[in-house]
Ligand binder design. Structure first.
Ligand code: FE
Ligand code: FE
Length: 167
């Protein structure tokens, strides 16, 4: 996000800007997950990505809801951070031939995405509360909860794969 753009003067402007940033990120994630689903070889990982694709579509809707509650038009600003994370995921996964190694690369990439979302929602929730918008915070909290659960599931999948490899 272009943090120091001239049109950001108040906490409210900053909140709206960050909302536009996560809106862009969520939409990019929704468009990138089908490719990750296609690449994943473990059925569990595939299923996990499919489930998170559906959740992510819901995240886009909730962010739209927060725009509406806040009285601003839903709009996306390019977020170079998520673009970079997704680009790297694509490059790394494209290079791996071994199935188990490919899945490990996909899990790692997906966790980078989740951690990005977790940090953004954490900030958005804090700022919403600071602005006296607990209502917006609680909608964003629902997204954060699902991102954290997804991250946890990915950790479990990664650990299971390592245990299998060691057995
Ligand atoms: Fe999300
Ligand atoms: Fe997510």
């Amino acid at each position: 996000m272009g943090l120091f753009t001239k049109d950001i003067k108040t906490m409210d402007d900053l909140f709206v800007h960050q909302l536009k940033d996560i809106y862009y990120a969520e939409k990019r994630i929704v468009s990138s997950l089908p490719k990750m689903i296609e690449k994943a070889t473990s059925p569990e990982l595939k299923k996990g990505f499919e489930q998170h694709l559906e959740e992510s579509k819901g995240h886009v809707k909730r962010v739209e809801q927060v725009f509406e509650m806040h009285g601003v038009k839903a709009d996306a600003v390019t977020c170079p951070a998520i673009d970079g994370i997704l680009k790297e995921a694509d490059e790394v996964a494209g290079d791996v031939a071994d199935k188990s190694v490919l899945d490990a690369a996909l899990v790692a990439a997906a966790q980078a995405v989740e951690h990005y979302e977790i940090t953004r929602y954490g900030t958005l929730i804090a700022w919403a509360k600071e602005l006296g918008r607990d209502d917006c915070a609680s909608v964003l909290q629902q997204n954060l909860k699902e991102e954290k659960a997804t991250d946890q599931k990915l950790t479990e999948l990664a650990e299971r794969r390592v245990n299998r490899a060691a057995a």
